[in-house]
Design a protein around this ligand. Sequence first.
Ligand code: PLP
Length: 378
Amino acid sequence: MKFNTKAIHAGQEPEETSGAVMPPIFQTSTYAQQAPGVNKGHEYARVTNPTRTALEKLIAGLEDADQCACFASGCAAMDAVIKMFRPGDHVIASDDLYGGTYRLFREVFEPYNIRFSFVDMTDTDTVQEAITPDTKLIWIETPTNPILRVVDIEAVTEIARDKDIWTVVDNTFASPYLQKPLNLGADAVLHSTTKYLGGHSDVIGGAVASSNEEIMEKLRFQVKTTGAVPGPMDCYLTLRGIKTLHVRVQRSVENARQVAKFLDAHPEVDQVNYPGLPSHPQHQIAKKQMSDFGAMVSFSLKDDSVETAQNFMAQTDIFLLAESLGGVESLISHPASMTHASIPKEVREAAGLKDSLIRLSVGIEDGDDLVKDLEQAF
Ligand code: PLP
């Protein structure tokens, strides 16, 4: 089955009792048992719920994975991944990643003595050098949030495989429509389903998909034991959103290309970060591992100050000032004071995140209108 067909049908069957084409929202906390342990596949809704199962099968299908576990948010999914490890274990992550990931690693897990190295993952030698005998995981985010660097998934996963280190790719920015990390060698793929998969800025969720039995067993244990699960209504909304994933992302990418070209030619813009621009340092890697370049664009201004960036953002009408991304509507945000405010200024600057950096999540509106909106904001 090709992707567009999978987005509608992967793992989906009409509901058994009624023939409903969409899975019902199974709003129940528990299930009747015929005798203790004898049931119709579900015992208690923290562990499984049929609406959630339908969503998990769909995401597994899109990521070419055997299994998927859904969580209450992308952060809950990340939390479950790191809880697979033990005090003394070491994780390598990129130095340019979602601020909430950085906060979770540094402020929640480091005090429990899981250790993290944040490195420039676009340089595979640096990754190699960061490996210690305790390294258990390499955490890849690509394209990165918010600088849109691209990590060579095949190259990094190859280094890890040689040393029995697991690799997880946060595929939130690309979506499985544009990038399939498992086919490039990763052991697991993670999503904030809040973003492109849900696609309508109306639900929070997370997911991890993998064909590695040991990883999925550990994650299912987390689901059952810590219970950070999405409710059935949230699963339904995410599932409904995924059915148009390919159509939405395709249109968003076309618009992002137009917006990136416009910004790249603008005299007040210092640098545009978009993997689709031939000037992007990892353009060739993006071309190799992504089927298109995504709909996230970030740019810095020649007048590199927080005030100039905030003044610019105050002028846009269609681009709404808001955190998050991947919805049908275009959003504008200022990472240094919003999504990445939890990263200390010196760490941010060392990773190249400038004060004036503005991040755009390009939606599915008319591309000409989006460009006009930015033009008048300058
Ligand atoms: N991963 C990335 C790349 C993100 O951008 C985000 C949120 O912005 C997350 C994970 C966390 O997801 P959630 O907000 O669903 O907890």
